[in-house]
Design a binder for this molecule. Sequence first.
Ligand code: AMP
Ligand code: ZN
Length: 115
Amino acid sequence: MSEENCIFCKIVAGQIPSQKVYEDEHLLAFEDIHPQAPVHVLVIPKTHVPTLDDAAPEHGELLGRMMLVGAEVARVKGVAHTGYRSIVNCRESSGQVVFHLHLHIMGGRAMGKMG
Ligand code: AMP
Ligand code: ZN
């Protein structure tokens, strides 16, 4: 399912360019356009799920795959040993601005405690 006007669905469809890091049947990972850390990659499902709050039990396998691909991206990017952060923002208060589920993989610098 693809949503009209969803920027990440357009990236999946190849209508907007991205710097791909990983792709398989279910998931795509690409460089964040405004990186907040030396390594900042987004892992997204190819299907349109707006937020984590919209995830249902049938998305369980997809969510697990997202985490595993995030870990693989961190290894490929060389931050698995130094450490990295995996973040999913959900809705406005979290700072979510793109309403297509995505996992941030951020590393390569020290990050403070989350407050
Ligand atoms: P969030 O605040 O969790 O919704 O994060 C959305 C992320 O998507 C931000 O870190 C943006 O920099 C990133 N972003 C927005 N548009 C693009 C794009 N066209 N290509 C890559 N990353 C993008
Ligand atoms: Zn979408």
